[in-house]
Design a protein. Structure first.
Length: 261
C-alpha cells in the first residue's frame, strides 16, 4: 500500500495557493483529507503531542487516513536525560494506536549526528524506548550511507528514510532502501543556494519540482512498495503549497507507471 501526502498541512501561506480564502483553520485538515490519505505531523517535533490533540485530528479525517509523527526534538537532537520525554510521547499516541491510524514515528536526526559507536548505541536506546512502535530513522549525514548502517537498521526493526534534497557535499544522496516493513521517502526540494544560508527556515524548502526530476524516483518508489507493507511518500517543499503540487505530481507519475505495466 502506498500513501502520498505532505509534511504538515497547517501553513498560513497555503491559504490562496491551496486552502480557499475564508476557510476556517479548524477545517483545513478535513479539506486536505478529501484529497490525501496521510499527512506527516510536524508539530510533535516542537512540542509533545497530547491525546486530546490527536483525538481531534482523528475526528477530522476518515477511517482510512493515516498519521505519521515526527519525534520530539529532545528525542533526536538533545539526546540526554530524556527517558521521560519518550514516555510522554509514546503514551500520547494511544488514540492513533487504538484507531489503527498510526503510520509510524519519524525520528529525524541532525546533520551533526554522525556514524559511530555512540550514535549506534543511541539508536538502540531509541528503539528500546519506543517499544514495538513502527519507527523510521532520517539520517542527514552522508557518512551513514552503507550496508553496515542498513544492516543495523534491519536488525533493530528501524525503517530508513529515503530523501531527495540538494546534491551537496555531505548531504544524503537519493538512495532508495527499505530496512523494515515500512518504506518512507521525503522530498525536501533541491534549493541548494538556500540550504545552508537562509534568513527564514522556509527558504530552504522553497522549490518547485519538474516532472523530470520526480520521474527519477518513480521506479525506486515502485521497488520500495513491492518489498514493504506500507510506503509513505511525503513532499516537504511546503512554502506556499508547493508540496501539494509535488505530491500530486508523484501520485500521477506513479499511476502512469502502473497503468503501463
Amino acid at each position: 500500500m502506498i500513501y502520498f501526502g505532505t509534511s504538515g498541512f497547517s501553513y498560513k501561506d497555503w491559504v490562496g495557493p491551496y486552502y480557499p480564502e475564508g476557510l476556517p483553520r479548524s477545517a483545513w485538515l478535513s479539506f486536505y483529507a478529501r484529497e490525501f490519505k496521510t499527512t506527516e505531523l510536524n508539530f510533535s517535533y516542537y512540542g509533545l503531542p497530547t491525546t486530546s490533540t490527536l483525538e481531534r485530528l482523528l475526528e477530522k479525517t476518515p477511517a482510512d487516513f493515516l498519521f505519521t509523527l515526527k519525534a520530539h526534538k529532545d528525542m533526536t537532537h538533545q539526546r540526554e536525560d530524556n527517558e521521560g520525554v519518550f514516555s510522554q510521547f509514546v503514551n500520547a499516541l494511544s488514540p492513533l494506536l487504538d484507531a489503527g491510524r498510526l503510520g509510524c514515528v519519524l525520528a529525524q536526526f541532525p546533520w551533526s549526528f554522525r556514524p559511530g559507536q555512540e550514535s549506534l548505541e543511541y539508536l538502540s536506546f531509541l528503539r528500546q524506548q519506543m517499544g514495538s512502535l513502527p519507527v523510521v530513522i532520517e539520517l542527514r549525514n552522508r557518512g551513514w550511507i552503507g550496508e553496515e548502517t542498513f544492516a543495523f537498521l534491519r536488525e533493530n526493526d528501524l525503517g530508513f528514510c529515503c530523501v531527495d534534497e540538494p546534491r551537496l557535499k555531505g548531504l544524503m544522496p537519493p538512495v532508495a532502501e527499505a530496512t523494515s516493513s515500512i518504506s518512507y521517502v521525503r522530498f525536501h526540494g533541491r534549493n541548494a543556494k538556500k540550504w545552508w544560508q537562509h534568513k527564514e527556515a522556509w527558504e530552504r524548502y522553497d522549490y518547485t519540482y519538474s516532472d523530470e526530476e520526480l520521474q527519477e524516483w518513480i521506479p525506486k518508489i515502485g521497488k520500495l512498495e513491492e518489498t514493504t507493507d506500507k510506503t509513505f511518500v511525503f513532499a516537504n517543499n511546503h512554502w506556499q503549497g508547493q508540496a501539494v503540487q509535488t505530491a500530486r505530481q508523484l501520485r500521477m507519475l506513479f499511476a502512469d507507471q502502473e497503468s503501463r505495466r
